[in-house]
Design a protein around this ligand. Structure first.
Ligand code: FES
Length: 108
């Protein structure tokens, strides 16, 4: 089974790890859905819906730390672990994401 077969069997390849600089996020399309993928400075990967559930802010441009993602528009924070807002807003959808031989694989 090739790398692509492995990835598509359990997720969607959205790009390469090097497409997301450490400490930043990037927006991708996965299975017709806009997702934001983040590579934290500790090397961990996270993925959320690309548009903030509050008012559509571009979450890929948000600031993050090991626990939360902060939307750049109104600074609502969302936990990586479950997408819950620490500000009382609606939760953001989070998706499993992993690296497979340099590919970013998101499971929707
Ligand atoms: S649009 Fe994200 S916090 Fe308002």
């Amino acid at each position: 089974m090739s790398v692509t077969d492995v990835a598509t069997a359990t997720g969607v390849v959205v790009g390469r790890v090097e497409d997301v600089p450490p400490g930043e996020g990037r927006a991708f399309v996965a299975g017709g859905e806009q997702v934001a993928v983040f590579r934290l400075r500790d090397g961990s990967l996270h993925a959320t819906q690309a548009a903030c559930p509050h008012a559509g802010g571009p979450l890929a441009d948000g600031q993050s730390d090991v626990d939360v993602l902060v939307c750049p528009l109104h600074q609502y924070a969302y936990r990586w672990s479950d997408g819950a807002s620490t500000s009382g807003a609606a939760p953001v959808r989070v998706f499993p994401v992993r690296e497979v031989d340099g590919d970013l694989v998101v499971t929707l």
